[in-house]
Design a protein around this ligand. Structure first.
Ligand SMILES: Cc1ncc(C[n+]2csc(CCOP(=O)(O)OP(=O)(O)O)c2C)c(N)n1
Ligand SMILES: [Mg+2]
Length: 358
């Protein structure tokens, strides 16, 4: 025994809620247009999100989980990853998927119940959305193990919520990642709620980041409403993993401004004051303020960009709504490489019934 063990959990932020700089910017963010581009991506994700809710409310999309308020996490993670890395997203990670190059029409198709929406043109090897809370964390460890065995300098990045960190899947994946030194970065979008369960009732741990310590690697916290902090710290974690030094865990502190999903009513379990306080912390506002104070962003720039986003989103809606429908036999697709005999005969029966009806 070497005496009591102690640990620290670093916290990183560059911008406060008003958009004031808290410490010098890392060099990568001093380059022209990098920050404006991050703001543009967050605004695009917000336009997508608003339209998705409109589509659901008008019966043209299935149940949908809004990413309102959490855009900085996905956009920061997308910025930090290389194209050849692999993202394993949860159901609220549209901003991250868009930042990776997934098309909006594909996301609409997925949320409209069409598995073709998970067959991304780009990025081909990113995983489909995990609806199962934390169920994709072991898959992330598996992807990272494959990279390691093949000696490929690639990193798996797994995104999930605060609630997922209570799951056995999470602990098992963290344990394997630690003991095998896998090139994987786990990113928690701690939005303070798991449906109606608040963070304080989720875990007695002071931070969720410290759960990495038990698995033998570093965990840290970032202000998840500060896209610069997310991009920088996740970028460092990815570089660490890519260079063979093993996994990292990054806890992004953010807030779910919307309902859990379109079938939830969050006003039943949280106060208006809490939500309006959170609106002062949200990620778009602070980066906009910072860039406006620096003179590189004006209202007109934003209005023009939002118009562009809306046009892109409308085009994606058209593409989604005009997707040719699939026959009922497609229900059997996408689960098995080769259908088990029982299901194969059921599929033949569905096809036969379809041609009888026709
Ligand atoms: C294994 C499993 N259990 C329960 C659910 C139902 N469920 C969907 S989302 C959710 C809460 C998830 O909370 P969190 O991980 O914090 O993610 P957030 O929804 O806040 O983004 C639950 C319990 C599920 N999808 N999967
Ligand atoms: Mg949550």
């Amino acid at each position: 025994m070497s005496g009591p063990l102690t640990f620290t959990i670093d916290q990183t932020a560059y911008l406060d809620a008003q958009g004031n700089l808290l410490q010098p910017l890392p060099a990568a963010f001093e380059k022209p247009n990098v920050l404006a581009d991050l703001l543009r991506q967050m605004l695009m994700a917000r336009c997508f999100d608003t339209k998705a809710i409109e589509l659901q409310r008008t019966g043209r999309l299935g149940t949908y989980a809004s990413c309102l308020g959490q855009e900085a996490v996905g956009v920061g993670v997308g910025w930090a990853m290389q194209p050849e890395d692999v993202l394993l997203p949860s159901f609220r990670d549209h901003a991250g998927q868009l930042a990776r190059g997934v098309r909006m029409a594909e996301l609409f198709a997925y949320w409209g119940g069409d598995e073709r929406g998970s067959d991304f043109a780009v990025p081909r090897e990113d995983f489909p959305v995990s609806i199962t809370v934390g169920g994709h964390a072991p898959h992330a460890a598996g992807v990272a193990l494959a990279f390691k065995l093949r000696a490929e300098p690639r990193v798996a990045v797994c995104l999930f919520g605060d609630g997922a960190t209570s799951k056995g899947d999470f602990y098992e994946a963290m344990n394997l990642a630690g003991v095998w030194g896998l090139p994987v970065v786990f990113v928690i979008s701690n939005n303070q709620w798991a449906i109606s369960t608040p963070r304080a009732e989720q875990s007695a741990a002071t931070t969720l980041a410290q759960k990495a310590i038990a698995a033998g690697f570093q965990g840290e916290q970032v202000d998840g409403n500060d896209v610069i902090a997310v991009a920088q710290v996740v970028g460092e974690a990815i570089a660490h993993a890519r260079s063979g030094k093993g996994p990292r865990l990054v806890e992004c502190l953010t807030y779910r401004l919307g309902d859990h999903t379109t079938v939830d009513d969050a006003s039943r379990y949280r106060s208006e004051e809490e939500v309006s306080r959170a609106w002062h912390e949200e990620p778009v506002r602070r980066l906009r303020s910072f860039l406006t104070m620096g003179g590189s962003w004006i209202q007109q720039t934003e209005d023009q960009w939002v118009q562009h986003c809306q046009a892109q989103v409308e085009q994606a809606v058209d593409d989604y709504l005009n997707l040719p429908p699939r026959g009922p036999e497609s229900l059997f697709d996408c689960l098995f490489e080769t259908l088990p005999t029982g299901l194969a005969s059921e599929q033949r029966a569905v096809v036969a019934r379809g041609s009888d009806d026709g």
